[in-house]
Design a protein around this ligand. Sequence first.
Ligand SMILES: [Zn+2]
Length: 359
Amino acid sequence: MLLLAACGALLAQDHTDIAIEIQPPASWVRAHGRKHVLYEAHITNLSRKTVELTRLEITGGVVFDAARLEQGWVRRPGAEEPPDAVRRIGPGLRAIVLVNAATDAPGISQKAFFRGEDGREFTVTGYVPVRPGRPLVLAAPLRGGGWMALNGLGSLTHHRRSYLSAQGRVAVPQRYAIDWVKLDGDGTMLRPGGGNAAYHGYGVEVLAVADGVVVQVRDGMPDREPFTVSKNPPLTMGESTGNHVVLDLSGSRFAIYAHLQPGSLRVKQGQRVKTGAVLGRLGSSGASDLPHLHFQVADRPEPMESDGVAYVHSSFTAEGHVESFEPLMSGKKAGLRPAAVSGKRVLELPEDQDVVRFP
Ligand SMILES: [Zn+2]
């Protein structure tokens, strides 16, 4: 009897009504000399009362406090919650925290802090499974210097925020995607003139990052004039990547190159390519506001129906960091500040808005 009563009391505790799933197992890459662990924490409220997520702590002193969570690091599927309500999870509802933790801790656990409707506070602690082994190592997708890693690692970008269902799983296809934008030696993104041709990166060759087989090719979509995507009818999900090439790198890893110039593709479906082979030219087709290479690695050949896979580049040289993207759009020089970690970087990814030189 006593035992049953004790059990009942335990089940009545609030924290048994909160489920936190890590989907998929966390993966990691190195950047700026540190390990970055990325995963999504799916928090489901199994109770009949609203709970408020007040804080999330991850091993290594990484903290998502209320203010940071409200900046967009917590997403609410199916609901447009105002920022000040985004942390309140109603009965049966789910919140997804997009975790990006720079930590060198050997094992990862997390502690989520909640407040119930009655004001009582409680925590839910759990171990975070991390995918074993090193991330995939890739050669450069482009040549030379001045390459800015836009919408890259560490920032809350549309790449990191976009989730969907891929074959029934919640997936983040662009978790490690980068929009590569070329800056000239003087720190500008475009020369006077206008149109796509004014952009320094327009038309440069994009390269195979590893030996692989071309499994998907799309050509024939026009380049968009800069900043006209929103003024045109919306594209389907399949059209958003524009002209693209998908390389099968084996082991359920696919490299995806999007927004290529029409007519520039040099490869055909089924073709085997070697590392460094030219695949096509950088363009602005599909859902692209300016010439850039959207590059991602995913677990399926479908650019938008797959889950993002961690990768690093074998080497690049850190050239600097762009403080603000705004001046670049009007042809001004980037406010380039020195790289956070300078010199040659090996087996790393750049962080968001870092500028690098590829071999
Ligand atoms: Zn992109």
